[in-house]
Design a protein around this ligand. Structure first.
Ligand code: BMA
Length: 324
């Protein structure tokens, strides 16, 4: 169902969309999309954007704004470039960063996809200021992507959501744990892609990092459907147990956000809404979801965490009820 016909839509597009596109960039590039997001201490919104250059390789570039909507100050040069000399897995670029503030370390963790002939892996870098980064290197083997850290340790361990690539039957969301952010283990399956004609049947993967609520970790995830016209990327919701996030409590049957506007349907890869980051307003409820449109621009949609939880309570069900 198109959201236009559905007044109860959980996410409202900003009328100024797209909020960032290639024409805004201070240097020559192709596209900007799939940015990680965070609020800095002074309230500035920082988007760590995936920028594809005119060779087809991606790097990361920071854009800062006082209101998270316009007046973006974009770094005059790439902020984090692939470093294939020291990290050969970054030869074909670094993509889709997800930013989590780790209060215990007083650092931001960036989980990103590194791409080379051997496949995609998840790498982590730490930063205090988005000027200097400390790379921890790859934390998974290929093929893996769509990863983000939880903001705090759970039962004494850091937790990472990620998405290993499956076979034709789908790709599923996993969680792993670590004492030191480097050695990861205790891998567990969290959520499976559905089957057949479902909107999330081909692949699923985490969108922005998990959101802590009193009812559990709210996650927004992307679902991909393989259609005769190619892949169709939409967004859906699930709720994970607060103390054991490998346990999914509720999952919505319907998607909550789907390509509809021209900047989501037309671009380098059409029919894609793909989010890697959000910010939460000081009211603790308003969610600003930043997302890439058609792998070409950055857009913003706003919703309410409380409404999303209420929606999941009425429209969600435990995933153990079958994968259809
Ligand atoms: C996924 C990721 C995203 C991209 C999407 C659609 O596999 O690589 O970066 O937005 O495909 O092309």
């Amino acid at each position: 169902m198109h959201e236009m016909a559905d007044k109860s839509s959980l996410l409202k597009r900003h009328p100024g969309n797209p909020i960032l596109s290639a024409t805004d960039w201070p240097y020559r590039m192709n596209t900007v999309f799939n940015a990680g997001a965070t609020l800095l201490e002074d309230g500035t919104t920082l988007l760590l954007c995936r920028v594809e250059d005119r060779r087809g390789l991606s790097h990361l570039c920071a854009a800062r704004s006082q209101n998270g909507v316009d007046g973006w100050q974009i770094d005059p040069q790439p902020t984090l470039l692939p470093d294939p000399e020291h990290y050969p897995e970054e030869l074909w670029g670094i993509e889709d960063p997800r930013v989590t503030y780790l209060a215990e370390l007083e650092k931001y963790a960036v989980a990103y996809t590194a791409y080379f002939i051997g496949g995609t892996v998840v790498s982590i870098a730490l930063t205090e200021n988005f000027n200097e980064f400390q790379r921890l290197g790859p934390v998974t083997t290929p093929w893996n992507k769509d990863a983000a850290l939880f903001p705090r340790r759970i039962n004494g361990l850091w937790a990472l959501i990620h998405r290993p690539l499956g076979l034709d039957h789908g790709s599923h969301i996993w969680i792993s744990y670590s004492k030191d952010l480097i050695q990861w283990g205790q891998h567990k399956l969290v959520l499976m892609s559905r089957r057949g004609t479902w909107w999330d049947s081909h692949k699923i993967g985490l969108s922005s990092p998990p959101i802590e609520t009193e009812h559990g970790w709210l996650i927004i995830y992307h679902g991909v459907k393989h259609t005769a016209d190619g892949l169709l990327y939409r967004q859906g919701l699930a709720l994970l147990d607060l103390e054991d996030p490998s346990k999914c409590l509720l999952r919505g049957d319907e998607w909550i956000f789907s390509p509809e506007e021209s900047y989501e349907m037309i671009g380098d890869v059409g029919d894609v809404v793909f989010s890697c980051g959000h910010t939460i307003a000081p009211d603790g409820d308003t969610l600003n979801l930043y997302y890439g449109g058609a792998d070409t621009c950055m857009a913003l949609a706003t919703g309410s965490i409380r409404s999303m939880l209420a929606w999941l309570k009425t429209h969600g069900r435990p995933p153990s009820e079958g994968l259809e």
